[in-house]
Design a binder for this molecule. Structure first.
Ligand SMILES: *Cc1c(COP(=O)(O)O)cnc(C)c1O
Length: 423
């Protein structure tokens, strides 16, 4: 008899974006004439840049010849791309890595989800709250998170990031955390950590022999020169941190698929007997078994983002999105909404406005889902309810800057009109 992995049955059935789609569809069925603008889902909208397109055409033409054909490539990725990464993403920031510390993949989601396989099932994980859902769900699948009660997993340490603590997570007290997920610049809050703040986490990990899994998918959006792009800018991180990066948000590769993971040779974890095991070696072994490499065409496309033209072109698109972010921030704040993020990340994290609560007779923020519905029905604009990213996201919604200028402007006009009518 084939038995199911029961941990999968513990997963929360409803995936946030499926819930949103359902509600938006219900609205569209009832209001077929109204067009809806989505500032909800975190996908990019602008086309790939010319340098990338040319590289993909060239790679496809090569593949059409016997000499230029590429079959299975190296599981860790082609040298041409790993070299370009070293030279462009790390050396200029004073970070020295070896080629075989870089693992090219088909996007950061796979590796942020898969990396936990290397770790014993009863490691205790800590996550900032709110959070990118992949980190927790992938740990649920292997039975590491306990049971789900009142919006939380019993065996996960939630570290709130809210307006009250300035979106700076506090170091865990009590039982030490073994594995820490950090995502900076942060999705969904759009906030960042300074070098000083990040250093606290590296020091915590070193002191407690913990592992940091650092997601830097949005590093290209950092504008403030003081904010670290890589955790390896912090001394000691080579001993305790793995970093995930992606071309998805950097260069619009959400449909092309390419990213990479850094696993320094100095990062090790322990056996019960106290023997140290190198994660670099283990991840290499895992990838060789379960992964057959990212397509040659995608890797040539990624390489092209590092040419002078490529760099300039992808920067233009990033600036384009950040112009949206800045408009969203200015307009929403001007309307009296409390907004965060949006300065070093393509997300605006907005507190829902206070409203009179009949049950308690006091003023309190409208729930994330209620505000989502009010905005959908009142302004025909879609945002993402913050509570979908974790319990501390309640009372917030997320807007993305990944729309076109036209969509963003129109959405803001509608929100402005709606807000003035409502209040
Ligand atoms: C979009 C995103 C990624 C990138 O995912 P890909 O699989 O590379 O497309 C990774 N982490 C976070 C937090 C993201 O929002």
């Amino acid at each position: 008899m084939a038995l199911v992995n029961i941990h999968f049955l513990n997963l929360q059935q409803n995936y946030l974006f499926a819930d949103i789609a359902k509600k938006v569809n219900a609205f569209k069925v009832m209001h077929p004439k109204d067009d809806v603008i989505s500032l909800g889902i975190g996908d990019v909208t602008q086309p790939l840049c010319p340098a990338v397109i040319e590289a993909m055409h060239r790679a496809a033409d090569e593949m059409a010849t016997a000499k230029g054909f590429h079959g299975y490539g190296p599981e860790q990725g082609y040298d041409f791309l790993r070299e370009a990464i070293l030279k462009n993403d790390f050396l200029p920031r004073g970070v020295h890595l070896d080629m075989d510390e870089i693992f090219i993949n088909d996007g950061a989601k796979s590796d942020t989800g898969n990396f936990q396989e290397l770790l014993h099932w009863d490691n205790f994980i800590g996550v900032t709250d709110p959070i990118y859902p992949v980190y927790i769900d992938s740990n649920v699948m292997i039975g590491r998170c306990g049971t789900f009660r009142e919006g939380r997993w019993t065996n996960v340490r939630y570290m709130p990031i809210t307006a009250e603590n300035g979106f700076v997570p506090e170091l865990p007290k009590g039982r030490p955390v073994d594995v820490i997920y950090l995502c900076y610049p942060n999705n969904p809050t759009g906030t960042v950590l300074t070098k000083q703040e990040l250093r606290k986490w590296v020091n915590y990990a070193l002191k407690n022999d913990a592992l940091i899994l650092f997601d830097a998918a949005y590093q290209a959006y950092i504008r403030d020169p003081e904010i670290p792009h890589s955790i390896y800018e912090i001394r000691g991180a080579r001993k305790c941190a793995v970093e995930f990066r992606s071309f998805s948000k950097t260069a619009g590769f959400t449909g092309i698929r390419c990213g990479y993971t850094i696993v320094p040779k100095d990062v090790s974890v322990s056996t019960f007997e106290g023997e140290r095991i190198s994660l670099n070696h283990l991840w290499f072994r895992r990838q060789c078994t379960k992964f057959n490499g990212t397509s040659y065409i995608s890797q040539r496309a990624a390489e092209a983002t590092y040419t002078p033209e490529g760099r300039q072109q992808i920067q233009q698109t990033i600036d384009y999105y950040m112009e949206n972010a800045s408009k969203l921030l200015t307009t929403l704040r001007g309307l009296g909404y409390e907004c965060y993020g949006g300065e070093n990340a393509p997300y605006i994290w907005m507190r829902t406005p206070d409203t009179f609560q009949k049950e308690t007779g006091t003023m309190a923020p409208i729930s994330s889902w209620k505000f989502f519905e009010n905005l959908l029905y009142g302004a025909n604009v879609v945002c993402t309810p913050g509570v979908g990213f974790g319990p501390s996201g309640e009372g917030y919604v997320r807007f993305t800057a990944f729309g076109s200028h036209e969509q963003t402007d129109e959405a803001l006009r509608r929100i402005e009109k709606w807000t003035n009518v409502e209040c």
